[in-house]
Design a protein around this ligand. Structure first.
Ligand SMILES: CCCCCCCC/C=C\CCCCCCCC(=O)SCCNC(=O)CCNC(=O)[C@H](O)C(C)(C)COP(=O)(O)OP(=O)(O)OC[C@H]1O[C@@H](n2cnc3c(N)ncnc32)[C@H](O)[C@@H]1OP(=O)(O)O
Length: 224
């Protein structure tokens, strides 16, 4: 029996992507800790200046080749694959909580905890953050239902404030379609009390036609 001297290209490529994703996730984790420390600290101006110098030094290590505006990162799949830098689900994004999404019987559920970087009223989540979380879950629910779509309308209802540092559930569910229109509902609850809706939303998403897909997403890879 022969042992291959080199790995097949597909396996080497998969291993490379896994290594990249692990490193991106690790940097994202550290950056989120930095962002949270930054918005909570009571450090002196001397310490803040020193930190700013340190961060500037780190930023200098991340220049070099940068992706173009419409380029889909090699570590991502679009639509329907990982989005490493999404401000909602991206493990590599300092802006993302990040949300972890799993399927339910009739839609999707996201799990996350908001920190002080996402604060609106003192101690509670920003209303725009709730809209962003729901837009993502509802958009991904369209993709999961087999009809990826873009948001054209998102009607938000804020019933109670969203507490920070509290595990949350975010739900997205397709309720119907009419030609290219996809009707979607969403809700945010705490994990501890999933029967009390804190925020709800109704959305209309539109499945773009093939010409629109080509024009909007020129960086989308053929296999998508
Ligand atoms: C196979 C590959 C597929 C790839 C697709 C990927 C998409 C998924 C991406 C990622 C998924 C995961 C990530 C989720 C992220 C969260 C989702 C976002 O944040 S998306 C960003 C924010 N949204 C926008 O930037 C849209 C901006 N709008 C547009 O670009 C256009 O409106 C577009 C292309 C979506 C549609 O343009 P038109 O000209 O074709 O559409 P018209 O003809 O105006 O409307 C079509 C139908 O929709 C109704 N409609 C339009 N606006 C409406 C509204 N506000 N409310 C209700 N109905 C509306 C109209 O009345 C019309 O209905 P009648 O056919 O006449 O029955």
């Amino acid at each position: 029996m022969h042992t291959p001297l080199t790995e097949p290209p597909a396996a080497a490529e998969a291993e490379h992507l896994e290594r990249q994703r692990a490193a991106i996730t690790r940097l994202g984790h550290e950056l989120r800790a930095l962002v949270e420390a930054t918005v909570r600290t009571a450090a002196s101006h001397d310490t803040l200046h020193r930190a700013a110098d340190g961060v500037r030094h780190v930023t200098g290590q991340l220049t070099g080749r940068r992706r173009a505006r419409a380029e889909v990162p090699e570590v991502d799949g679009f639509p329907g694959g990982p989005r490493m830098y999404s401000p909602v689900v991206g493990a590599g994004s300092p802006l993302a909580p990040p949300v972890h999404i799993t399927p339910t019987d009739d839609g999707l559920i996201g799990h996350c905890t908001l920190g002080f970087a996402h604060e609106g009223p003192p101690g509670y989540g920003h209303g725009g953050m709730s809209a962003m979380l729901l837009d993502e879950l509802m958009g991904q629910a369209c993709t999961a239902a087999g009809t990826p779509g873009l948001t054209v309308s998102l009607q938000m209802r804020y019933h109670q404030p969203i507490p920070l540092e509290t595990p949350l559930h975010i739900l997205g569910r397709v309720t119907g379609t009419n030609n290219r229109k996809i009707f979607v509902t969403g809700a945010i609850t705490t994990q501890a009390d999933p029967s009390t809706n804190l925020v709800t939303a109704d959305g209309v998403f539109i499945a773009p036609d093939p010409d629109q897909v080509r024009a909007l997403f020129p960086g989308m890879r053929e296999e998508a």
